[in-house]
Design a protein around this ligand. Structure first.
Ligand SMILES: *Cc1c(COP(=O)(O)O)cnc(C)c1O
Length: 401
């Protein structure tokens, strides 16, 4: 079985490039040119230099005494929370903005929901000196105002999306419209392994720096050649794709994807696309997403903004159907409990997204000799308010009992 994208941009039945005709040649040109640029020694050298000196790679593989004791095995945290910007997203935005420059593009557009991808894109654009326009739903701009201020301080123009529900999907529509109007000079930076081919593959390759480092770190630390498990949370699936990448074709490595169950799989407030989704076309590719019987996209719910997405990338839909990856659904409460526990027992405050991957550990049975790698995709400073509210409400409901 092959888990790499095929020459037509598909993973099994998933993927492809379903874009409006006006964008067809732009997307096709990108498909034909991206791999050549990614493999170019000069491009590789410049990207590695920036990943080392600007992002701070490589990130440590940290053995967690607390989690290892709790689960009676050997748990290691891949510390993407220590990347510049506080999460893995910068690995991808730097790569794409560098690629845009190689293609002679003079303008960057992107959309953002909670703002993390917008901030990471604005950083890459400030560094590489390209003007940057970030579309963000007006409602999200109010909810995530500190990220709006960050993007502005970094020199980006934040464009409010005023249509529809004024959230992520409307920002996506408006960013797409911008790209359609400016296909020649503008590069569209996508934040996860979603969208039309070649984006899912391109983003997976930029994030694959995570598993590339594991290839060296796991033997150095454990004496085992490869980990027994690699576990990551899945919003669109980029930190998971990057953590899995170099192990995809090695069945000795078990891959586990933690999806956000939200308030529960049957609550109607969930983001677990493999459990509650069906296949269809979303954001330019064939994949799995939550939809009505008529095929309209359903709104997702998760306590974590980064996992609040109704679909998953096409690679993950294929990993699910082939059984190559195991998908587990983690509720808001399980994630918050796991995040608070890591903060108190280990002094690491994880992003609530990453806390879903930590909570997935309790869904699995390990051997004492297993080497278990969890991708800690980001830090939780952005989530303090949510953590504190949850602890306070839990404490007061205890007090009443
Ligand atoms: C955005 C984000 C995610 C979800 O995105 P993926 O593409 O699924 O990785 C996960 N963790 C953090 C910290 C994020 O910022």
């Amino acid at each position: 079985m092959n888990y790499q994208v095929d020459e037509n941009g598909f993973y099994g039945p998933y993927g492809g490039a379903y874009v409006p005709e006006v964008l067809f040649s732009t997307v096709q040109n990108l498909s034909q040119s991206y791999q050549g640029i990614l493999d170019d020694p000069e491009f590789k050298k410049e990207l590695s230099r920036l990943l080392k000196l600007y992002v701070g790679r490589e990130t440590p593989l940290y053995p967690s005494p607390y989690l290892s004791g709790l689960h009676q095995t050997n748990v290691f945290l891949k510390r993407e929370d220590l990347c510049h910007s506080g999460a893995h997203k910068i690995n991808n935005t730097l790569g794409q903005v560098l690629l845009a420059k190689r293609l002679g593009k003079t303008r960057i557009v992107a959309e953002t929901g909670a703002g993390s991808h917008g901030v990471a894109t604005a950083m890459a654009c400030a560094l590489l000196k390209l003007p940057c326009f970030i579309y963000m739903g007006e409602v999200d701009m109010k909810r995530q105002f500190p990220n709006v201020e960050r993007m502005r301080l970094l020199g980006a123009t934040v464009v409010p999306a005023l249509s529809g529900s004024k959230t992520l999907k409307d920002a996506t529509n408006e960013a797409f419209r911008d790209w359609i109007n400016n296909p020649v000079d503008t590069f569209y930076v996508i934040g996860s392994v979603v969208g039309p081919h070649p984006y899912p593959d391109m983003v997976a390759q930029f994030q694959s720096v995570i598993s590339k480092e594991l290839i060296q770190q796991v033997p150095d630390l454990t004496g085992k050649e490869v980990p027994d498990y690699v576990i990551a949370c899945v919003g669109g699936g980029s930190n998971a794709a990057g953590s899995f990448y170099h192990f995809l074709d090695n069945p000795a490595v078990k891959l586990v994807a933690a999806e956000a169950a939200g308030k529960g799989l049957d609550s109607g407030f969930t983001a677990a696309a493999t459990f509650r989704g069906k296949s269809g076309i979303l954001h330019g590719s064939k994949t799995k997403f939550m939809q009505t019987n008529e095929g309209q996209v359903l709104e997702a719910h998760s306590i974590s903004a980064g996992l609040d997405y109704p679909g998953i990338g096409p690679l993950h839909a294929w990993l699910h159907d082939t059984g190559r990856a195991q998908f587990v659904a983690v509720t808001d409460e399980e994630a918050l409990d796991a995040g608070i526990a890591l903060s108190q027992k280990e002094g690491i405050i994880p992003a609530i997204e990453s806390a879903h991957a930590l909570a997935a550990l309790s869904h699995l049975d390990f051997k004492p000799t297993d080497v278990v790698v969890v991708c800690l995709s980001g830090r939780g400073d952005k989530d303090l308010e949510t953590y504190i509210q949850y602890s306070t409400s839990k404490k007061s409901s205890h007090d009443q009992i």
